[in-house]
Design a protein around this ligand. Structure first.
Ligand code: HEC
Length: 155
């Protein structure tokens, strides 16, 4: 009896996953996915502002901010795959996301990894406190943004 209940449970779990996927294919789900992924990138951007100003010499280097923002960027980078998992190609949306994202997932994941790695390096460099490495560590993060945008984002 227990086995049967467990089986029934696993079947109902399976079917709820399938339903969720179907909903993701509706216009409403596509619009939500767009809103969420653009919000994620806005949060990513908000953590780059100070870092960019430091790299340009507009603001003095602040290792504590570099470490904190590096940690946030690492965490946010780990969300990109999930928030871009919903394939919205079939819907008319105001998006800069190129179809390639869903056509070349391995390549896209490599670009995500580049940001994760650069954000980790930024934290390590900030922790070590070697100011001669600060600019290049921030530059590395910026390069990883561009590396993905050049291939997977319009404009
Ligand atoms: C793995 C790929 C990838 C990486 C890495 C990446 N982006 Fe993006 N970014 C995108 C895509 C794709 C879009 C388009 C999203 C859309 O319009 O649906 C985007 C959009 C944006 C937007 C516009 C969001 C909006 O409201 O329309 C900003 C700002 C942005 N990215 C900043 C950054 C910054 C800063 C970094 C680096 C710290 C970064 N991105 C790293 C892929 C990436």
């Amino acid at each position: 009896m227990k086995k049967i209940i467990a089986l029934m449970l696993s079947f109902s779990l399976l079917s709820s996953v399938a339903i969720a996927e179907e909903e993701a294919a509706s216009v409403k789900e596509a619009r939500n996915a767009l809103k969420f992924r653009q919000s994620l990138f806005q949060l990513i951007r908000s953590n780059m502002g100070d870092l960019g100003a430091m790299a340009k010499g507009v603001k003095p280097f602040d290792a504590a901010v570099m470490e904190k923002n590096g940690m946030r960027l690492e965490q946010l980078s780990l969300m990109i795959a999930d928030y871009l998992a919903t394939d919205t190609r079939e819907h008319k949306l105001e998006t800069d996301a190129l179809d390639k994202i869903w056509e070349e997932p391995d390549n896209f994941n490599e670009k995500i990894q580049a940001l994760t790695t650069a954000a980790q390096r930024l934290q390590a460099v900030a922790k070590a406190g070697d100011e001669s490495q600060f600019r290049s560590a921030i530059g590395g993060v910026g390069k990883s943004c561009k590396g993905c945008h050049d291939v997977f984002k319009a404009e």
